[in-house]
Design a protein around this ligand. Structure first.
Ligand SMILES: Nc1nc2c(ncn2[C@@H]2O[C@H](COP(=O)(O)OP(=O)(O)OP(=O)(O)O)[C@@H](O)[C@H]2O)c(=O)[nH]1
Ligand SMILES: [Mg+2]
Length: 250
């Protein structure tokens, strides 16, 4: 099973991939981590496949005389060009779980054709369920949380892949009350209606929530943290459920 870690810049993809990988290894699963972030400087885990062995965004800037954003776009094209080779390595690894650390520039990967083409290829070859991280430090308000949910929905539609949404860095949440709202649409609606930020914004957030609930009625958000490993068992159970629902066993 391939588990891409996706989410906005700095949301904790690399950290969670490394830490959740350790957790799965302790459960005696064969886990491999593929780093596809050609701009990464430091990784807290030892990758089993590292795109930086082939190219990195700094070299692309130098050799192609382009700026940092163009270089990141170019890197995502190069990942797609290498997709057969990457898939070959994945299949050869015979891993139970292949955790994929994706670049943080979500708009480049998810909203350019190469991102969805890569995911399509991946899904043709193996079972894929992504983890989409919302940073608890970046979406601490209820309307911010709704916006983040919309983003995860947009990425799911764009990449055509199942996603589990996690509210990561849960240790940084000031109020645990927030966690109670995650999977309680009625409470979330009430909180939005009660906020003082103004009628139009509140109405917009409430309408957005209706769309989210309609499109993803069974959305279940898990709170995770690398500090205390909160949510790891839940994340594992959900991956297991999704994996087994397609007829295989771990
Ligand atoms: N408190 C806390 N900090 C975390 C957690 N997970 C990650 N971080 C911190 O968040 C920062 C960003 O983490 P990364 O894992 O590099 O995030 P990323 O999404 O891979 O970043 P990019 O690849 O650059 O987009 C680092 O300082 C991490 O130590 C967590 O669960 N709790
Ligand atoms: Mg990263």
């Amino acid at each position: 099973m391939a588990v891409p870690f996706l989410g906005p810049a700095g949301s904790g993809k690399t950290s969670l991939a490394g830490s959740f990988g350790e957790f799965l290894t302790e459960k005696n699963y064969n886990v491999k981590i593929f780093n596809l972030d050609a701009g990464a400087e430091y990784l807290p885990y030892t990758p089993d496949f590292d795109i930086r062995d082939f190219f990195n965004v700094y070299d692309i800037m130098r050799t192609e005389h382009i700026g940092p954003n163009a270089s990141i776009i170019r890197a995502s094209q190069k990942i797609y060009e290498m997709s057969e080779q990457i898939l070959e390595q994945m299949k050869k690894s015979l891993a139970d779980f292949i955790l994929i650390d994706f670049p943080g520039q979500l708009e480049v990967f998810a909203f350019k054709p190469t991102g969805s083409l890569f995911m399509e290829k991946l899904q043709r070859n193996m079972r894929v369920c992504g983890v989409f991280l919302l940073g608890a430090d970046t979406s601490p308000t209820v309307s911010g949380f709704v916006v983040a949910l919309l983003m995860s929905m947009a990425v799911q539609i764009q990449l055509g892949v199942s996603l589990i949404t996690v509210l990561h860095k849960s240790d940084m949440l000031k109020s645990k009350e927030f966690l109670g709202m995650l999977n309680n649409p009625a409470l979330l609606r009430k909180k939005i209606a009660d906020t003082k930020q103004g009628g139009v914004i509140n109405d917009l957030a409430l309408d957005s929530l209706k769309i989210i609930n309609k499109v993803r009625p069974a959305v279940r958000v898990i709170a995770t943290s690398i500090i205390n490993r909160e949510g790891y068992e839940d994340l594992f159970d959900l991956l297991h459920e999704i994996f087994c629902s397609c007829g295989d066993n771990l």
